[in-house]
Design a protein around this ligand. Structure first.
Ligand code: ATP
Ligand code: LTN
Length: 334
């Protein structure tokens, strides 16, 4: 019997310029999986509006992100790369799943706790129900695996709980997905506050390397990265800055952290920073060249989005129709 290809789903928010953290933690794995699996990769614009965005900026950024993903190696002929808001089934399923998710579960989400703290007094309810939309994204496509960085593990566990709860009530409606978290690069930390993850929506631009930063900017940011005064290059909990540089280096070069430590044994932080910067520049330069070509080709981007959202909607509709029937919504044709 021919073994069926595994289904992969993942999403990325257009909430800023993609960073090296997004690339090493997620996108690099997306690229690697697309040859052996059926992949759905989604620019999750509806997730991004849980934080107030400037409309013109957001519109532009969604296309920037789409173009960066293609430049990074996502082949839109092979993978279904599309915009979340172009496939209305996501929000329709999210509403139904909201009715099968408990307030207690959502209150425990650490991303909600972090982001609501930043939001101040007026916390919008989208920020709270965000993980349910994420569950809908994944479950619509019956995904087997979801390649994400470590910060999304808790959301994935909630997705699994919702799927299992629904299946227990109505039979095998959803595939219960597994997270796919790479060994190296699963959590790249901020260059300025290495106890915090590198995040594209960080106010301090020196804390992250954007995939579109030029070589000089990259060198400057790495040079300024916070380290410590101990002077030894090794991976240790009490050395978050140096450990982070080692993680970046080993993830880019495809070696283990231990191999990285060996390579730098007896060297100073200056050498480490130089090699990290050069390794980053080497992967990003060709990506940026491709990006600029793709980003200006509006006809191509339109075609990619239209074709792929149709493909996505076809699969999504099948799942949605099944769910609607199971919960007792009236069919349009009797
Ligand atoms: P925001 O700052 O707006 O919350 P973000 O930079 O955390 O955004 P997302 O769009 O939320 O990025 O995440 C896209 C993917 O990148 C997810 O799979 C996430 O786990 C991964 N990711 C994000 N930041 C990192 C990081 N610092 N290290 C490794 N993976 C990351
Ligand atoms: N919540 C994720 C982005 C995201 C996602 C998804 C990731 C939205 N929907 C589905 C994987 C699968 C984040 O904040 N990084």
């Amino acid at each position: 019997m021919v073994e069926e290809k595994k289904v992969i789903f993942s999403g990325i928010q257009p909430s800023g310029s993609l960073t090296l953290g997004n690339y090493l933690g997620a996108v690099k794995n997306w690229v690697a999986l697309q040859h052996e699996c059926t992949c759905y990769y989604c620019v999750v614009d509806l997730h991004a509006i849980t934080v107030r965005q400037d409309a013109t900026e957001l519109r532009k950024r969604t296309l920037d992100v789409m173009s960066v993903l293609i430049a990074a190696g996502i082949d839109p002929e092979q993978s279904v790369l599309y915009m979340q808001s172009h496939v209305p089934q996501h929000t329709e399923l999210a509403w139904i799943l909201d009715c099968y998710t408990y307030l207690g579960e959502l209150s425990r989400m650490t991303q909600f706790k972090d982001k609501s703290q930043k939001a101040g007094e007026n916390i919008n309810s989208g920020l709270f129900t965000y993980p349910v939309l994420m569950a809908a994204d994944i479950l619509l496509y019956q995904a087997d695996m979801v390649p994400v960085g470590v910060d999304q593990k808790q959301h994935l566990e909630l997705t699994r709980d919702i799927a299992i709860r629904f299946n227990n009530l109505y039979g095998d409606v959803f595939t219960v997905p597994d997270p796919y978290i790479g060994k190296a690069g699963a959590k790249i930390m901020s260059l300025q506050e290495p106890e915090k993850k590198m995040s594209k929506s960080d106010e301090n631009e020196n804390s992250y390397i954007a995939l579109l930063d030029g070589p000089d900017v990259i060198r400057r940011k790495v040079k300024r990265a916070v380290t410590d005064s101990d002077g030894e290059i090794r991976f240790a909990e009490d050395k978050p800055g140096v450990s982070n540089l080692l993680s970046i280096y080993s993830s880019i070069c495809g070696i283990s952290v231990e191999e990285g430590e060996k390579e730098f044994s007896g060297q100073g932080y200056g050498v480490l920073k130089e090699r990290v910067a050069e390794a980053v520049v080497d992967v990003l330069e060709p990506l940026q060249k491709k990006y600029h070509e793709i980003r200006k080709d509006k006809a191509y981007l339109t075609e990619v989005m239209q074709k792929n959202s149709q493909k996505a909607a076809y699969v999504a509709q099948k799942t949605l129709a099944k769910v609607q029937r199971k919960v007792g919504l009236a069919p349009t044709k009797l």
